[in-house]
Design a protein around this ligand. Structure first.
Ligand SMILES: NC(=O)c1ccc[n+]([C@@H]2O[C@H](COP(=O)([O-])OP(=O)(O)OC[C@H]3O[C@@H](n4cnc5c(N)ncnc54)[C@H](OP(=O)(O)O)[C@@H]3O)[C@@H](O)[C@H]2O)c1
Length: 295
């Protein structure tokens, strides 16, 4: 069985992005800029944002971290976003979620200039994705990273049946729409499953490509998978493990050991989709820089 190694591919991609950024810098004396906004003290969110800033530094993107206290008003956050929308040195704006209860996430998403929405969450970007105008939009980083993995591993997708389990706005829905597009690593017949789907294994067993993003540890078992299928596991779930320093370890939504005896290729957790998400955020930021500078 082939392991779809997101750690390796993300390193290759980051090296390619770094080389592009250096060459653009030599021509324009400019580099891409990414603003990272975090509101509150959530340790997981802080770790995610630190990791994004570290990756920016590694590849030559100028990142600005804006840390705001938990009691920040929505008005102040929107004012901060508007200033960044008008700042020509900022090509991408990311507001780390979740946000405190007094702030409405959709209002914040709508405040970000779609041309700087490198997370691809703005309805304008989602709309362009649905219409297949990929050169006009940003695609949400996790689905975009999965497309990149399928492409780099030359997985045959044209005309295949792709089943996406999960319909969130940031993973399931954009993923299904991406796999539907007339693209080299897509062009599939697509089925979407969710928590109200009846007899879910009937659908998953028909998948040539099965993409699972639900947040339930080990939900997909070998009997739910068609022999030879390509299985992409998006889930990140903590399982208590007193033998580790943190007291837990991470597993996906797929029973990796069981399903590996049935599938032809699988992405592991950790080391599969996860590392691609940050790499694609970097790719989207560079894309925005290229669009802003007509490169
Ligand atoms: N690797 C990465 O970079 C990355 C990025 C984002 C998310 N993730 C992980 O991916 C997982 C999903 O994330 P998300 O943001 O999409 O989660 P989410 O917003 O909670 O959405 C979960 C989706 O799964 C569906 N679902 C839940 N239980 C189900 C079941 N038993 N059978 C079928 N469908 C079920 C839900 O259906 P309903 O719509 O009917 O409620 C919902 O559409 C999480 O583990 C998250 O940590 C990983």
């Amino acid at each position: 069985m082939l392991i779809i190694d997101g750690k390796k591919v993300s390193l290759e991609l980051k090296n390619e992005l770094k080389a592009s950024i250096e060459s653009y810098k030599a021509i324009t004396s400019k580099v891409p800029g990414l603003a990272l906004i975090i509101v509150g003290q959530d340790p997981a969110s802080q770790a995610y944002v630190r990791n994004k800033a570290k990756t920016c530094k590694e590849i030559g993107i100028n990142s600005t971290m804006i840390a705001m206290p938990s009691e920040t008003t929505q008005e102040l956050l929107l004012e901060t976003i508007h200033k960044l929308n008008d700042d020509p040195s900022v090509h991408g704006i990311l507001v780390q979620q979740p946000l405190p209860a007094q702030i409405d996430e959709l209002t914040v998403t709508l405040a970000i200039d779609p041309s700087k929405d490198v997370d691809g969450f703005h309805p304008e970007n989602l709309g362009h994705l649905v219409m297949g105008d990929l050169d006009k939009c940003f695609v949400s980083c996790t689905p975009f990273g999965i497309l990149e993995l399928l492409d780099r591993y030359a997985i045959e997708t044209k005309g295949k049946h792709c089943v996406v389990v999960g319909r969130s706005n940031i993973v399931g829905k954009p993923m299904a729409n991406l796999m539907l597009q007339k693209l080299d690593a897509a062009n599939c017949t697509v089925t979407i499953c969710h928590s109200a789907t009846e007899n879910i294994s009937f659908h998953t067993k028909q998948a040539d490509i099965l993409i699972v993003a639900i947040g339930h540890a080990g939900f997909i078992t070998p009997d739910m998978v068609k022999p030879g299928a390509v299985v992409i596991d998006v889930g990140i779930n903590r399982v208590d493990d007193p033998s580790t320093k943190n007291g837990y370890h991470l597993v996906g939504d797929v029973d990796f050991n069981g399903v590996s005896s049935v599938a032809s290729a699988m992405s592991p957790v950790p080391g599969g989709v996860g590392p691609m998400t940050i790499a694609m955020l970097m790719k989207n930021t560079l894309l925005s820089f290229q669009r802003f500078n007509g490169l």
